[in-house]
Design a protein around this ligand. Structure first.
Ligand code: NAD
Length: 510
């Protein structure tokens, strides 16, 4: 749907230069803190995506042949630029996503962790070598880049996710096409400037802006070898099925419903403080945000609810320019309306609103997409607000009688991204970490997001396909193995033909 252009039109970044969109279709980009439109982002047509893929394909062979040492030099320079120009990045992230400065900075630091991991690619690319596996043959395996690969990112980490899904792909020798979220396109374009300045050859990093049409071309185009997707579960599932149908390697990371189990012996002050930041930080727009507490024991539930209530009323929401705020707006009016629907639905289904953030006072003076922190208790597992990911500051409390009941509730949930538990009991913690069916597990850790050198990924419908973000598994995902057997016979050697299947044994089986 073409939108009238009243504000600046952004571009794509193709073959090392900014390229204007030619489709005639644009989507409005908002500053969620003010509700104003700040730019129009072009939505690429299939033809534009095909051109970008073709140029990336042309650039790939030379990058593949570039020594790993030279490739890593580029990553080093890119990392230096991320540090030197972090203020620009922070400004852009805050303006287009509504995050606080501190949160944006944290995202950059975590993004740099994945660049650091990619700088270590030479270690991960080392193959295996066996001498004289039989008949003087040496066998070795080497890892080769795949070619042109696509990465598709969500709105909620405009810098960290593109870095996390693209840096290793570049380091191991691929040409990457990033399709950022059309809601936060400025950050990816700024990263493009950094890659260019760092000396990455044209065509190895491409940003194609767009929506479903651009994504579908990436999914179907035979030149795309692999897809790393991060976003909501329904889209992740679609990406996985469509991409694999077109014979691509796909890792698609989806949404989360991440619970905090609170045991009766937990230090409630520490637990409540951990809950606040993990549950409401970034307006709860994190795939690893704590969605709710599952509290063991009636008394614990009552005490925790009381402590949380006292703390939540003091949380401050507002624009990122105010350094005293705890969190900002949600990404769009549409997102805000959807979160309100979840709250209304929970109340209609019989839950109790402990704190209602549907009409925060800031909305009297600002058109930003603000929602106050909302806390809902008396939630039951059959309610929609328990079953689905709510990507905004409406958090829930469920009471259970035993740890087993808490574990069963989580294991029966269709999502399995993150989970955490607060307790003083090592015994309970051990049972929890052994029995829980979730990909990323915390014990007295509010958000158990792995550091860059550990693999990141959920279970169940939080991830489709085999592959991880961050961590050593990324190098495997973005390469293919070649196994070579070589022998250098003596010229004078007498040879005969053998029609038996090659083996390293005489004819007797032992
Ligand atoms: P989204 O699924 O709406 O969009 C993600 C990407 O897919 C965007 O680039 C978008 O343009 C594209 N897209 C959207 N609809 C599409 C469609 N029908 N067909 C093809 N492409 C489509 O997600 P979002 O709202 O941008 O991000 C929030 C979601 O991402 C949440 O569910 C969150 O949990 C999830 N997320 C997951 C992780 C993780 O690591 N598992 C990390 C961050 C965010």
């Amino acid at each position: 749907m073409p939108i009238q252009q009243k504000t600046k039109a952004l571009s794509h970044f193709i073959n090392g230069t900014k390229m204007e969109g030619t489709s005639g279709c644009f989507s409005a980009v908002y500053n969620p803190s003010t509700g104003e439109i700040i730019a129009q982002v072009p939505l690429a047509s299939k033809e534009e995506v095909r051109l970008a893929i073709q140029l990336a394909k042309t650039a790939f062979p030379a990058w593949k042949k570039t020594s790993i040492g030279k490739r890593i030099e580029v990553l080093h320079r890119f990392r230096q630029l991320l540090v030197a120009r972090q203020d620009e990045l922070i400004q852009v992230i805050c303006e287009e996503s509504g995050k606080t400065f501190e949160d944006a900075k944290g995202e950059i630091i975590r993004g740099i962790e994945s660049v650091d991991m990619a700088i270590g690619a030479p270690q991960l690319l080392k193959g295996e070598y066996s001498v004289n596996v039989g008949g003087d043959i040496n066998a070795f395996s080497a890892k080769a880049p795949l070619g042109v690969v696509a990465t598709i990112a969500p709105f909620n980490f405009p810098v960290m996710v593109p870095l996390a899904i693209s840096s290793m792909a570049i380091a191991v020798g691929n040409a990457v096409i990033l399709k950022p979220s059309e809601r936060v396109p400025h950050s990816a374009l700024l990263l493009s400037e950094f890659w260019k300045e760092a000396g990455l050859p044209d065509g190895i990093w491409t940003v194609i802006n767009g929506d479903k049409e651009a994504v579908n071309e990436l999914l179907e185009n035979k030149e795309i070898q692999a897809i790393s997707f991060v976003g909501s579960t329904p889209v992740a599932e679609y990406i996985y099925h469509t991409g694999t149908k077109h014979n691509k390697r796909v890792a698609a990371f989806g949404g989360g419903k991440n619970f905090m189990i609170v045991m009766p012996d937990a230090n409630l002050e520490q637990t409540a403080n951990a809950f606040l930041g993990a549950a409401y930080g970034a307006a709860s727009q994190r795939c690893m945000a704590i969605s709710g507490a599952i509290v063991v024991g009636k008394d614990t539930e009552e005490r925790l609810t009381k402590v949380l209530k006292e703390k939540i009323v003091n949380l401050k929401i507002g624009c990122y320019k105010d350094p005293t705020i705890d969190f900002g707006p949600v990404i769009s009016q549409q997102a805000k309306d959807l979160i309100i629907q979840y709250i209304d639905g929970a109340v209609a289904e019989g839950a109790n609103l402990v704190i209602d953030g549907r009409n925060p006072s800031i909305c009297e003076t600002s058109k930003g997409f603000y929602l106050g922190p909302t806390l809902i208790n008396h939630v039951t597992p059959d309610m929609q607000i328990f079953k689905e990911e709510v990507f905004g500051p409406a958090r829930i409390i469920l009471g259970v009688e035993t740890l087993q009941e808490a574990i069963d509730l989580i294991n029966n949930h269709e999502l399995g991204n993150g989970v955490t538990m607060f307790t003083r009991s090592g015994r309970a913690a051990r049972k929890f970490q052994e029995e829980i069916e979730v990909g990323m597990v915390g014990i007295n850790v509010p958000i158990p997001i792995p550091v860059g050198y550990h693999n990141f990924g959920g279970w169940k419908r939080s991830k489709f396909g085999e592959g991880h973000m961050f961590g050593p598994d990324q190098a495997r995902f973005f390469t293919k193995a070649k196994t070579i057997s070589e022998r250098w016979p003596d010229e004078a050697e007498n040879t005969t033909s053998s029609f038996a299947f090659p083996s390293n044994s005489d004819t007797t089986l032992h």
